[in-house]
Design a binder for this molecule. Structure first.
Ligand code: FES
Length: 105
């Protein structure tokens, strides 16, 4: 089972077990960390914004045009780190993934 390392909005670190096939957003939300994910993973709200550690950035799937458009409008957008966590799906290659939950918009 892949392990995901998440820093929450209070700066606390969490080691989370993640099931393959789940989205990163689901893993964060189901472990009761603070993330809104208002649209439920439909790529339409950007309230599941996270910062992916640089080391991992090239190992996850590419962003869709929709995801880029939503993120670029975000107040705390960081081009080299920002992703929508509902658009990243867990598999064994993501074991050890490091990320931070972005501030609320
Ligand atoms: S949960 Fe709405 S865009 Fe990710």
């Amino acid at each position: 089972m892949p392990k995901i390392y998440v820093t929450d909005r209070n700066g606390e670190k969490h080691d989370l077990d993640a099931d393959a096939g789940d989205s990163l957003m689901e893993v964060i939300r189901d472990n009761d960390l603070d993330i809104e994910a208002i649209c439920g993973g439909c790529c339409s709200c950007a309230t599941c914004h996270v910062y992916i550690d640089q080391e991992w950035r090239d190992r996850i799937n590419e962003m869709s045009d929709e995801e880029i458009e939503l993120l670029e409008d975000e107040q705390y957008y960081v081009e080299s780190e920002s992703r929508l966590s509902c658009q990243i799906f867990i598999d064994d290659k993501l074991d050890g993934l490091v990320l931070k939950v972005a501030p609320p918009a």
